[in-house]
Write a protein that binds this ligand. Structure first.
Ligand SMILES: NC(=O)c1ccc[n+]([C@@H]2O[C@H](COP(=O)([O-])OP(=O)(O)OC[C@H]3O[C@@H](n4cnc5c(N)ncnc54)[C@H](OP(=O)(O)O)[C@@H]3O)[C@@H](O)[C@H]2O)c1
Length: 328
């Protein structure tokens, strides 16, 4: 694929707008050719706002558009399975927002579908594509801090307490864990893989979604991850990785870091910085387009097996804290 990659955007909410804005800043590589919404009016308004040529009032029309190479799915999580499935069935490559789906069963169905069809599929886990995070993984794998023993990470903010907001709505897959906790869990699993044990505790809302959640992951190696997420507390948003020979600290906003500090016994702290915009979705968009041009069906940076393993951990946490979504 020597030409520009032709993107379709499915849904017209907050992240759909942010991602589209970033795609439009990659004019040599990408073009946004279509948008779909549950309503024609929203699709048209979004198309007009961003200068997108085709606007559809149904997802099926976007899925059927042969002029689209890849669809970016940006609905609330409870709709990811249906939206991404429709596009994969139609042979469209898919980049699907995090959390990938409501649960591991749905995630497995999408992964099976993509693999059977030989169609590209990736979770929009933009943290894994961030150059600072990629550098951190290299530094850890090179043994700079020895064997990883402990990971601390948190993602908490004070969100709307309107029971109609998607974060409070069980039907939308609400709660802190799936929306925010997916980052600390994915961060820990990036470095240590799937845990052998999962423990958790949470404060639940009257509607039954988790508001304030603590997770302890354990590995047979003796490594542990102590993670938290919240929609009722503005937590530091930091991460620390401690090994047998040193420690790495990521400052506030660990999931889109501007850099990190490496501490080693007997040495001055070492600062790692990478040039470029830290809050950019262009790193994940670039990875999708690299894969499409190379004919790769899965991204080695955001592997589907890793996505499935994270979804299994999120299921296990929800099992421990008693959160069930409608239909489960
Ligand atoms: N990567 C990131 O940094 C990041 C940041 C924020 C959110 N996210 C993820 O992106 C997804 C969307 O989040 P958001 O903040 O953009 O939400 P949002 O602002 O509420 O927008 C979601 C959009 O999805 C559509 N939608 C709403 N309810 C729906 C339903 N019941 N079924 C199907 N579609 C529905 C709507 O578009 P239409 O009216 O056009 O159908 C809506 O505008 C979530 O999974 C979230 O976790 C990722």
């Amino acid at each position: 694929m020597g030409r520009k990659v032709r993107w379709g955007v499915l849904a017209t909410g907050g992240i759909a707008a942010s991602f589209t804005r970033d795609l439009l800043e990659m004019p040599d590589d990408a073009e946004v050719v279509a948008v779909a919404s549950r309503s024609a009016a929203s699709a048209e308004a979004f198309a007009e706002r961003f200068g997108i040529p085709r606007a559809y009032g149904t997802w099926a029309e976007l899925a059927a558009d042969d002029g689209v190479d890849v669809v970016y799915v940006a609905t609330p999580h409870a709709a990811h399975r249906a939206a991404a499935g429709l596009c994969l069935e139609a042979g469209r490559a898919v980049l699907c927002e995090k959390p990938f789906t409501l649960n591991a069963r749905e995630a497995g169905e999408l992964v099976d579908l993509a693999r059977e069809r030989g169609t590209f599929l990736m979770e929009a886990m933009w943290m894994y594509c961030n150059p600072v995070v990629r550098r951190l993984v290299e530094v850890v794998r090179d043994g700079a801090i020895g064997e990883v023993r402990t990971i601390h990470a948190d993602f908490g903010l004070v969100a709307s307490d309107d029971p109609g907001h998607r974060l409070r709505d069980p039907a939308a897959g609400g709660g802190a864990l799936l929306d925010l906790g997916v980052y600390p869990v994915a961060f820990a699993q990036l470095l240590l893989g799937e845990p052998d044990r999962v423990r958790a505790d949470a404060l639940l809302s009257p509607e039954g979604v988790d508001l304030n959640t603590g997770v302890l992951l354990g590995w047979d190696s003796g490594a542990q991850a102590l993670l938290s997420c919240s929609v009722v507390a503005d937590t530091p948003l930091t991460a620390t990785v401690t090994g047998t020979a040193g420690r790495i600290e990521l400052p506030r906003g660990f999931f889109f870091p501007e850099g990190f500090t490496l501490y080693r016994e007997g040495r001055d702290p070492e600062e790692f910085r990478v040039e470029g915009r830290r809050d950019s979705y262009q790193y994940e968009a670039a990875e999708v387009m690299r894969c499409l041009r190379a004919g790769e069906k899965e991204s080695p940076l955001v592997p589907l097996d890793g996505t499935l393993a994270v979804m299994r951990t999120l299921d296990a946490v929800r099992d421990r804290i008693g959160v069930r979504y409608p239909g489960e």
